[in-house]
Design a protein around this ligand. Structure first.
Ligand code: PXG
Length: 471
């Protein structure tokens, strides 16, 4: 007898996608979809832009606008859109083994291959990896590992984790508690305990008359003061993004990370690099901490791990911590989709593309330097641009009301959003964090595409300056 479900007729005849108008999509979206980090009442009045397809570094909306994606999606589509290699791998893996778990004495080839490959592309000493589905879950996992590790060392008191204001570590309760975004904390009556925040190493805005080097050192030394206040026997880890991503692509002064590392070693505090944005080639190195010159004990990864094609996150665990963790008995943590076979298979294919395709080397030696140079040249004369920071294919453009005094706008968010609206109208995706404009395009962007990206960015910043009566 045949399976009756196979022949069950469709209850609703679905309209083919191509038959729907933008307005219909927007109405359906407004009726049923709650967007992240959005004021839905305001958004639904204007309607969302409907992105229908993408290829390389370009997005296409349902009005057939071709938009250059200066943000690689949300900092994640490192190998660019439309990679058939990744789609083929996912398809094959779904047919072969779409799902199995790794909880109860089982494992599977994709997760084993991914772990082996990650041990090759991460720095020396990283041989163990724990999987999850996102950066937020990665940082939840970091907290669990830190606590379990110290408990195993007979130092269960080392519970406190120190992070920074304006750091971003995700939006689960633990991720957002670790992060230092005041506007998120305001909506969180409950937060994870034993987390303390230091000031950020954002020289342009907070450095006053100090040199960047002196300021970087002073901000790093806040860590020592906080450790002494809490007691080193109570502090388990320090976590930071090598450069702050969502916070504005803020690269700390050169003095900052060496001093943070010195202090962590002195007091036996684990150093965690949140590489969710910085990882997998963004700065031209595999990991941004390599560019910035420090050596973490734990690495949080997501986004570029699969180039955003499927959700996956991971925590890399350095040998000393892995030795302790693995010897400490049951680790009571895991997710249904830890090491999901399809996600793991896509991540393997993605890492191979990055490595064997020479994409990261190209960012380091060719397109990265070209992007940094072109961007600085294009904006050198803008009265609105105070500073450009960045490396490889990531940049933060600081807007200012007065270059000489580093004066910031009264309404920093209003200024950034105003510039971003110009970008939107000009088919350019450039993100704004307060008065910093951010670029982080796919790592496969070509030089002519960089020229287009930079000239559009300069045009939109120019329009903003004009609106302010500056140019
Ligand atoms: N750590 C860092 C450094 C991140 O940038 C996360 C953790 C959390 O990852 P998930 O996968 O849980 O989102 C992130 C995520 C933005 C923006 O507007 C940035 C992120 C996420 C959403 C928006 O710049 N980064």
């Amino acid at each position: 007898m045949s399976n009756p479900f196979e022949t069950r007729p469709a209850i609703h005849a679905e309209a083919p996608r191509a038959a729907r108008t933008t307005q219909q999509w927007q109405q359906m979206d407004a009726a049923h979809h709650v967007h992240p980090f959005s004021d839905m009442a305001a958004l639904n009045k204007i309607g969302s832009r409907v992105i229908a397809k993408a290829s390389g570094v370009y997005l296409y909306d349902t009005e057939n606008n071709k938009i250059i994606d200066g943000m690689a999606g949300l900092w994640c589509v490192n190998v660019g859109y439309g990679r058939k290699e990744l789609a083929d791998v996912a398809y094959k893996q779904m047919l072969e083994l779409p799902y199995y778990n790794t909880f109860f004495k089982t494992t599977h080839p994709p997760v084993i291959e991914l772990s082996q490959l990650l041990s090759e592309v991460t720095p020396e000493g990283f041989n163990h990896f724990f999987y999850c589905n996102s950066g937020s879950e990665g940082n939840d996992t970091v907290i669990r590992i830190v606590h379990k590790f110290w408990e195993g060392q007979g130092k269960a008191g080392k519970k406190w984790i120190i992070s920074r204001k304006n750091g971003y570590h995700g939006s689960t309760i633990a991720g957002a508690s670790l992060g230092g975004m005041g506007y998120m904390h305001e909506q969180m009556p409950s937060r994870v305990e034993h987390i303390a925040h230091l000031n950020q190493p954002y020289w342009y805005a907070e450095g006053g008359d100090q040199t960047p080097e002196a300021f970087g050192l002073a901000r790093a030394q806040e860590l020592e003061a906080k450790i002494l206040e809490l007691g080193a026997e109570n502090v388990g880890a320090f976590i930071g993004e090598p450069f702050q991503g969502a916070g504005g692509v803020i690269f700390p002064p050169s003095t900052y990370w060496p001093e943070i590392q010195r202090i962590c070693r002195k007091y036996d505090i684990l150093l965690v690099a949140d590489e969710v944005i910085g990882g997998f080639g963004r700065t031209g190195e595999w990991f941004a901490h390599q560019y910035l010159g420090f050596e973490p004990d734990l690495i949080t990864m997501a986004k570029g791990l699969s180039s955003g094609y499927v959700p996956i996150g991971a925590v890399g665990i350095k040998q000393r911590v892995a030795d302790g963790l693995l010897a400490a008995g049951d680790f009571n943590h895991g997710l249904t989709y830890s090491g999901h076979p399809v996600a793991a298979a896509v991540a393997v294919a993605n890492i191979k593309l990055l490595r064997e395709g020479g994409i990261i080397e190209q960012v380091k030696n060719d397109t990265g330097p070209y992007f940094q140079k072109t961007l600085r040249e294009a904006l050198a004369d803008s009265p609105l641009v105070g500073e450009i920071q960045g490396a490889g294919l990531v940049a933060g453009i600081q807007l200012t009301m007065d270059k000489a005094t580093r004066k910031r706008a009264d309404d920093v968010w209003g200024l950034g959003n105003h510039c971003r609206d110009h970008c939107f109208r000009n088919n350019l995706i450039m993100r704004a964090t307060a008065d910093r404009m951010l670029l982080s395009p796919p790592l496969v962007i070509s030089k002519p595409e960089i020229d287009e990206l930079v000239s559009k960015a300069a045009h939109c910043i120019g329009l903003t300056a004009k609106d302010l009566g500056m140019a």
